[in-house]
Design a protein around this ligand. Structure first.
Ligand code: PEP
Ligand code: MN
Length: 338
């Protein structure tokens, strides 16, 4: 089966109606069907361009109507959520700075309760996988079904990248939540247009489900993230050169999980063999010293301990009881045979 990555592309910010429509037109002509644009921008300094705001939501409506594209917008508070949903934006995303703040994520999740809108969750600024997973859980608890994660790198980056990719963090995220699709945002990792393709390729090698890229009709005139935006033509070239693994990521994730299950099963057998060996030694000792095989108090104590541990690990106590009854039965049997 041929795997096609999900592509979301568009400018860092919606700046003018002309810029939005010119960029969307070129992107739609090359087959991109999801248009991103920041309406409210989380800029570090108040003197930086803060986004065109509410007014630009009408421009995105034109993108939907005239080019048949879906639109995606960043929301950082409940007011943004209400305005974006009212304006018919198709997809919302939670930016890195917002994912860092659980109060903000919870408020957004509460505001989304009852809406069936796809949400993209960027990684938090810090390489804290729990915070990222926690943000997804807050949305899941609010009943949101279509959640996708976006890896956009961490912190202030190093000499090479604007935001350090720290690939192990999204890998751990996928290990913990394999059902959540993962996109890469190579633009914010790279911070520099010449590095965008390289990061995009690395994401494909890790079987990401797709990419969110910053594309501007005239990057040198961009009002935000001027160094990392590419032209629609450069995007065509990037996508043409992208080497895509022909296994779909679901299969790869499944086989990774299966390998881990196989390892754990092998450890279970190893531990059971060790346990049975000790049980035989106990059987020998009991026989030599004329001690009864069945010690009910000891058995009850073991069973209770295991059940308590099972409960603390969220395992079904009946399931654990059944397993330990079977183990104990086998243990007694081998002791009788000594
Ligand atoms: C953006 O996508 O333009 C943006 C602000 O991203 P991030 O939250 O990753 O910094
Ligand atoms: Mn940006």
């Amino acid at each position: 089966m041929n795997f096609k990555p999900i592509i979301i592309a568009g400018p860092c910010s919606a700046e003018t109606e002309k810029q939005v429509l010119a960029t969307a037109k070129e992107l739609s002509e090359m087959g991109v069907s999801i248009f991103r644009a920041g309406v409210w921008k989380p800029r570090t300094k108040p003197s930086d361009f803060q986004g065109a705001g509410e007014e630009s939501l009408a421009w995105l409506k034109r993108v939907q109507r005239e080019f048949g594209m879906k639109t995606a917008v960043e929301v950082a508070n409940t007011q943004h959520v209400a305005l974006a949903l009212n304006a018919g934006v198709d997809i919302l995303w939670i930016g890195a700075r917002t994912t860092t703040n659980p109060f903000a994520v919870q408020e957004i999740a509460d505001a989304l309760q009852g809406y069936d809108v796809p949400i993209l969750v960027k990684n938090p600024v810090t390489p804290d996988v729990e915070l990222w997973l926690g943000a997804v859980e807050r949305l899941q608890n609010a009943g949101i079904k279509q959640i996708t994660a976006i890896h956009r790198g961490f912190g202030v980056g190093d000499a090479f990248y604007r935001n350090n990719p720290q690939w192990h963090v999204p890998i751990e995220f996928r290990r913990r939540m394999p059902e959540i699709p993962m996109l890469c945002d190579p633009s914010h990792i790279a911070g520099e247009k010449s590095l965008v393709a390289k990061v995009a390729q690395q994401a494909m090698q890790l079987n990401y489900n797709g990419l969110m890229l910053e594309v501007h009709c005239c990057p040198s005139e961009a009002l935000s993230d001027v160094n990392q935006q590419i032209t629609p033509k450069e995007l065509v070239e990037l996508l043409q050169n992208l080497v895509i693994n022909q296994t779909n990521s679901k299969t790869e994730i499944l086989s990774q999980l299966r390998r881990r299950i196989d390892d754990l099963d092998s450890s279970l057998i190893e531990i059971l063999a060790q346990r049975m060996k000790i049980s035989q030694e106990i059987g020998d000792y009991k026989k030599k010293n004329s001690i009864a095989v069945l010690q009910s108090d000891r058995y009850n104590e073991i069973l209770q301990q295991c059940i308590n541990q099972a409960i603390s690990k969220n395992l079904n106590p009946d399931f654990i009881k059944k397993i330990f009854e079977t183990i104990h039965e086998e243990s007694i049997k081998t002791q009788f045979e000594r």
